[in-house]
Write a protein that binds this ligand. Sequence first.
Ligand code: GLU
Length: 427
Amino acid sequence: MSSGATLSDAQLRDEYNPFLSMAKGFDQAADILGLDEGLREVLRQPERELKVAMPILMDDGTVKVFTGYRVQHNFLRGPCKGGIRFSPDVNLDEVRALSAWMTWKCSVVNLPFGGAKGGVICDPRELSQGELERLTRRYTVAIMDILGPDRDVPAPDMNTGEQTMAWIMDTYSMHVRRTTTAIVTGKPLALGGSRGRREATGRGVMIAANKALQLTGDRPEDTRVIVQGAGNVGGVAALLMHREGYKVTSISDMYGAIHNETGLDMPAVMAWMRDHGRLTGFPDAAEVSHSDQLELDCDLLIPAATENQITSLNADRIKAKLIVEGANGPTTAIASSMLHDRGVVIVPDILANAGGVTVSYFEWVQDRMGYFWTEEIVNSRLEQIMIDAFNEVVKTAEEHKVSLRTAAYILSIDRVASVYRLRGIFA
Ligand code: GLU
């Protein structure tokens, strides 16, 4: 496989386009499945894309227009499901890719959902709480014609959280004139949220890591872990894995990374971050740059920040033998093949970070039943689903002699395709 040094600017641009990355993974699996051309066409592209312009009254009295998207990739297996992100980097190709990954993710863990994703181009750090609330409510109204507990159910993603979901739930409910808790997941507990939802993605990442170690016969105590990202995915995974006995040697946030080869005291690190708003400055660790962090010596790397972190430009220097993808699309398609060729095992995003949407599914079920489960029940059902999905992906990989990523795509595309064949084309 060619290395980054030999790629032209145009090739690098393509490598960094998440939709093309997704399409590459999809095509590989579709080839192996022998999927016919028509079905490929149907499943590769999103069913619906909505772009909205939202005028917002800013605190200083001016009006600013923000752009938002909601892309519904596929609703063959059930209502669309997927998060909403607020970020200056949001663009249509990214939202498209993320919506498709949600379809495949829900299918890998066999949830009765299709996939969607939303995004608003904004820098939440530059917005006041009032401006954020007005933007969230306006966005909800702008896309609510295509939302609904049986149509499309949003959730948190990058820079959105329980408060955002509470505003969406309230805005939607006020418009339909009844409290509709099942319209979003990842809500506060008091508004119909689920126990265990906040930790679910990080917990799922840990379960995936535990399963991956079983394949190699390694023990958590002997496993040095680098975590990129200290938010709802990376921070939670690092804490839970520290508790499980893993040696977390490095973790990063948006400001930088910290490193201690003998293992970080994760509860102390997270307490430091809570108090200081950043990881750097933590007394018991050295500071390293974002790019150096990924190349540190370690056994397990958990990219849990954003897309395109492991690329043709740094894949050769990654030392981890195992990568568990907490973020969506952190490894480009080219880097993925480079690492696979070197024998590095990658537990792909659509499997590794599926814990979040799995507990979102539990939340939606609980809201519709009006009956709420204990945290023990949520966690044990989550564990069972993750373990079953992991085993199925490994079995598929062995059957077809492919990477876990290609196997996850094969499994999930096959499930969606068979539903499509059963339902037939409506005309
Ligand atoms: N945003 C999360 C993801 O990428 C969760 C989606 C959901 O719970 O619907 O999987």
